[in-house]
Ligand binder design. Structure first.
Ligand SMILES: NC(=O)c1ccc[n+]([C@@H]2O[C@H](COP(=O)([O-])OP(=O)(O)OC[C@H]3O[C@@H](n4cnc5c(N)ncnc54)[C@H](O)[C@@H]3O)[C@@H](O)[C@H]2O)c1
Length: 491
């Protein structure tokens, strides 16, 4: 495999009007913020200045202030998030990076925008329709930007599939099969902490699957129109534990239980979470078989897209291996992407909250091999394996490409990977509609949800006027990931 060329960025593409580096705050000093801090302090330090770190937990904010102090000569302040507006103004902050739990995103985004800063936010943009409406209105009111960091788009294998679909080689897309397997390490981790309550994360349909729905929106350059969902909590949680005869040990520290996470076995987890429980009571390692859990671990969806394709999607959060399978059927052929991120979870390696897409594991376990494979087969032709251009670092080098776009300004990307809040809304639209469908038992039309002002362009790299312009293209329908309002939202 060869490396994707580094994108060409204008050296001063993203700086203040006087040419000085942009000034940043990071809100949310948990696991995810470290990637942004490293970028700000290392690779992109010539175009960005880290001004401050805010968190409701002062211990975690201080952990990352010390992290920054080790890497930078400049001073970094720690601030209380209730003072966000005052800090933005006093410190002349240009951009706020939001890496807090999902349910807090909407409020923090709106506050940062109204205080005069642009926003970079982790997926999912928000968890519900109230959040999408609030963000859309704040963007409209302030004219400021919200970048949603959809790192999966930048993963070389996902970009390679985008290139195949965009080339028109398999014709007009008629349907997609998409299966996502989370294993008993990574999948279980969503049931240990704040994600386990739907009010915090929107459930896996929003928290996790928004990555996947964004990929489909982007691969197809299309918008979801109607969603039917079915699923439930069938493995984790106390009721399933009782039904399956599992003996529980409470928080189970020091036990041999592979589902237990002992924070003391990892210095970073100890210092970040265990040592700071005293401030807010946030327990990073709750038992996945005890306590209140209101999210699903098995999910299946059928999603109709505006230009006529149908997505069948499933997610399982207790698989013995981790990865995904996508098959895209078109009027001229079919593309298949098969990915194994972790071939097996063996008891000795259990208990770690590590996401296998970020950290390398063994190349193979038994019959399953770690890796990815993209195969395209046109009608009446032989199957062809497509080379996937892999780079260095997490997500096959994709995170590095994403961060370059975020901190240096989006380059002229033929695949349209940079994403804004409209892509963020289109991605959570499927999960929000799916959650409504789970409640009602009926299909839900996305336009019935009031997600904010209409998104009048299709998502992805091509504007609506070009979307579907490949072979056998159909006219774009008027379906949008938005409400019945007609005003276009400024970018
Ligand atoms: N793109 C990806 O691959 C990826 C991977 C992991 C996490 N994420 C996203 O990153 C975000 C953070 O996830 P995480 O795993 O770091 O969570 P975490 O629990 O480790 O950290 C969240 C931090 O936010 C703080 N916090 C909570 N409420 C706050 C508030 N109102 N104001 C300020 N700080 C607050 C917490 O104290 C904690 O330190 C989530 O939105 C998650 O979906 C994305």
């Amino acid at each position: 495999m060869t490396a994707e060329p580094t994108p060409e960025h204008a050296p001063t593409a993203l700086t203040s009007t006087d040419g000085s580096p942009l000034r940043y705050l990071v809100v949310g000093a948990g696991n995810r913020c470290e990637m942004y801090l490293r970028s700000l302090l290392e690779e992109h330090a010539d175009v960005a200045v880290l001004v401050g770190i805010g968190d409701t937990n002062p211990g975690r904010a201080e952990y990352f202030r010390a992290f920054a102090a080790e890497r930078s000569a400049g001073s970094v302040i720690v601030f209380d998030p209730t003072d966000l507006e005052a800090v933005v103004r006093a410190e002349r902050v240009d951009r706020v990076i939001v890496t807090t739990p999902d349910h807090t995103h909407a409020q923090l985004i709106c506050r940062a925008l109204r205080a005069g800063a642009d926003v970079v936010v982790e997926k999912p943009l928000t968890v519900d329709d109230a959040g999408t409406r609030a963000i859309a209105h704040a963007v409209e009111e302030t004219g400021r930007t919200v970048v949603v960091t959809f790192n999966y788009r930048y993963s070389p294998r996902n970009t390679a599939l985008k290139e195949v679909v965009q080339s028109g080689r398999i014709g007009r897309v008629t349907s997609i099969d998409f299966t996502w397997m989370l294993d008993t390490v990574h999948g279980a981790d969503y049931f240990r902490r704040w994600h386990r309550l739907k009010e915090n994360s929107g459930g896996l349909l929003v928290h996790k699957s928004s990555h996947h729905f964004d990929l489909v929106n982007w691969w197809l350059s299309d918008s979801p129109e109607r969603v039917y969902a079915s699923g439930g909590l069938r493995f984790y949680g106390p009721d399933n534990a009782a039904a399956d005869g599992r003996v529980r040990h409470g928080r189970a520290v020091g036990s041999q239980d592979p589902f237990a996470l002992d924070l003391r076995t990892d210095d970073r987890l100890t210092r970040l979470y265990l040592d700071n429980e005293k401030h807010d009571g946030y327990r990073r390692n709750q038992d996945v078989f005890e306590g209140e859990i209101t999210i699903e671990d098995n999910l299946a969806l059928v999603v109709d897209y505006a230009q006529g394709a149908t997505l069948s999607y499933s997610l399982n959060a207790h698989c013995p291996w981790e990865g995904y399978r996508v098959a895209v059927n078109g009027t001229r052929g079919r593309a298949e992407l098969d990915v194994v991120e972790r071939a097996a979870v063996l008891p000795a390696s259990g208990g770690s909250p590590v996401d296998p897409s970020v950290t390398a594991g063994p190349d193979h376990d038994g019959a399953r091999h770690r890796g990815d494979r993209l195969v395209v087969q046109e009608h009446w032709g032989a199957a062809e394996e497509i080379t996937i251009h892999t780079g260095e670092g997490s997500h096959g080098g994709g995170d590095r490409l994403l961060l370059a776009d975020v901190f240096r300004g989006p380059h002229d990307d033929p695949f349209g990977r940079p994403s804004d809040y409209r892509d963020g809304i289109a991605a959570v639209a499927v999960g929000i509609a799916g959650n409504r469908s789970l409640e009602t038992g009926s299909p839900v039309r996305v336009r019935e949800l009031d997600l904010g002002p209409v998104l009048s362009r299709t998502v992805g790299s091509r504007p609506a006027s070009e979307a579907g312009s490949g072979p056998d293209a159909r006219p774009t329908s008027d379906a949008v990931a938005g409400s019945s309002e007609s005003a276009e939202v400024p970018a």
